[in-house]
Design a protein around this ligand. Sequence first.
Ligand SMILES: C[S@@+](CC[C@H](N)C(=O)[O-])C[C@H]1O[C@@H](n2cnc3c(N)ncnc32)[C@H](O)[C@@H]1O
Length: 238
Amino acid sequence: MAIKLIRDGVTQVAAEPILEPVAHLDLVFEWIDGQYWLHSDIPRERPIGIEIDRELRRHEEFFKRSSLQKELLAKAIGVKGPARPTVLDLTAGLLGDSLLLLSFGCAVRACERNPVVAFLIQSALARAQHPKIKNFEFTFGDGETNLESLNNIDVIYFDPMFEDANSKTAPRKEMRIFRNVVGPDQDAQEIFRKARKLGPKRLVVKRPRHSVDLGEEPALQFIGKSTRYDVYFSKQIH
Ligand SMILES: C[S@@+](CC[C@H](N)C(=O)[O-])C[C@H]1O[C@@H](n2cnc3c(N)ncnc32)[C@H](O)[C@@H]1O
């Protein structure tokens, strides 16, 4: 088994340093429209990739018609009037939430520790041209290390793959990559505790709607159809 990269019809075994830790996996990435996409394990299903410019434009169009103040994530991170907090997204994944935060006008620093997901992010970022991307900073590695240096960060955002008996399985194919390639984030409660201890005033945790809390009871909850945002405030002043 080996990771393969297909580019211009030529297949080669991946020699990307970022993929070395997972070189034993049986995965195929294909170069399409200027970036790499991960082939799905389901035949004929569209490969998985992140279309940064398209997503940011889609959000832009949406917020021309809909108020930002109605967005649960915006409420959870504390968007009020012209104030736009700077967010550290500890769990970048396929950038769904990071791009939404950027579209609110926030500056975002994001981390991803899984090499396959980080490779998709880096490949997508190399092609991105949307003006809002200048407010985005990405680091490959464990978000935990960022908890030691939180200069200018107002909010920590945490969306781990942490399942419990109450979690409903999400059918979206993006979720399958997290299940099959990334696996559960077993250390989610530990990272949560560390973020509570070291983090800035506000910590926002995304959970499936009916799941247990990651730690103690949150100060605020914003509940959507399938997910909810738990908000914790720290007494620590930075
Ligand atoms: C549920 S997904 C996040 C989805 C993301 N919010 C989105 O909208 O696309 C969880 C991701 O966070 C990553 N992750 C979990 N714990 C992490 C940590 N401590 N540091 C960096 N990445 C982490 C996992 O590898 C996985 O890709």
